[in-house]
Design a binder for this molecule. Sequence first.
Ligand code: ZN
Ligand code: MN
Length: 468
Amino acid sequence: MTKFETKIGLEIHVQLKTKSKMFCSCDNNAEGKKPNTLVCPVCLGLPGTLPVANFQAIEWIIKTGLAFNSEISKISKFDRKHYFYPDLPKGYQISQLDKPFCLGGFLEISGKKIRLNRIHLEEDAGKLIHRGTKSLVDLNRAGTPLMEIVTEPDISSPKEAGEFLRKLVKIVRDVAQVSDANMEKGHLRCDANISVNDGKKMSPIVELKNINSFRFIEKALLIEEKLLAEDYPNWPEKRAKKTKGYDSDRNTTYIQREKEESKDYRYFPEPDLPPIDTSVFDLEKLKSELLESEEEKIIRLESLGLSSNNARLIADDKERFKIFSSLATGLKKDDLLTLAKAVVNNYFNFSFSENDFEIINEYVKAIEDLASEKINRKLFSEIVLNIHTEQISYSKAKETLGQDEMAEDEADLLIEDILTKHPDELNRYRSGEKQLLGFFMGQIMAHLKGKGNPKEISSLLRDKLEGK
Ligand code: ZN
Ligand code: MN
């Protein structure tokens, strides 16, 4: 049987979470907004308007490039990419052809380097909404800054493509912090190119477009990998390319339009925007703003003495990492390990349920006390562990903490005030959403900043919520 090698390359579009759009000052956050309310003559593409490049967006694409070890172009420029579609009123997209901001770079997954070809900056198009026989257009998204990250075809399996994408999300969201990268909300969209070869001959390249989840990308790639190998006797002599979509209901792929070649877009330099000299950006400063990657976190946590399993469980979870980091400073090794154990076992987990409600209040309290430096860290981790294992009572913990009591009428007023400020939540609670107790308790605790007895406050709160 013929042995095949699979090659996959990805093109990932990532929306930047800048305040304003790429070439105008319209609000860039369209979430929950009415269609066509975040628009102006520039992003509507009216004749005679001029684009102004968003400094923040350029800074952020450079920052992203640094996170991926790319080379930053000394001079970069924008180009017009022409095509007709109803969501693109100008008839062209401002993009980048031959001088993208970032060149090369790589991302390592399971010890393997996946090379990047480039990262360029462009504007997003609007959105078409199909209703029966009618199609509507919403241009709120037109002009959102969009980074296009293009890989080399170094990915060798559908599974590896999934791994790559999941890691890429963490880099843009947590390391460079330039996008929320939520695929369901369309912040991140991915096209995949796949081909297989037997070392002598290559299959056509299939481009899978607009697939909206990582799981579906993996599934669609698996289907194509198999189809291409099965079609081995019919592989053409010449390089060929097909564009396909993915039908998740039927788990099949289907042929779409023929893929345009670069020449079809009639690219030319954007005459309304000057080339950009990137030496105005302080690369060292941008580099220093990158947060630690997951691997770097794991290595550092292991060097503190944590087991590799605990190091991974903490590095892997944003909340756990935040809690661990905020409490770890100055702790001796034994206490660090205790703290790690508490964090990994979710003793600090704030998801309220009726049953563990009171015990969680005690943690909230202890954490707030720590934040206000009322107790030292070692004592804190002991208290938390002890409360959890119920070795000491709340009142004993309280004695250790040396707390001020809060007058009951003060708590009374505060609770009234919080309920008045959240009438919707109050109504929902009263019509049965009892888990909102946690929401109210959280609001109250945030205001109390370490004062008061959570047990008493929660019973007072319950009474008021029930309308007593
Ligand atoms: Zn605008
Ligand atoms: Mn693009």
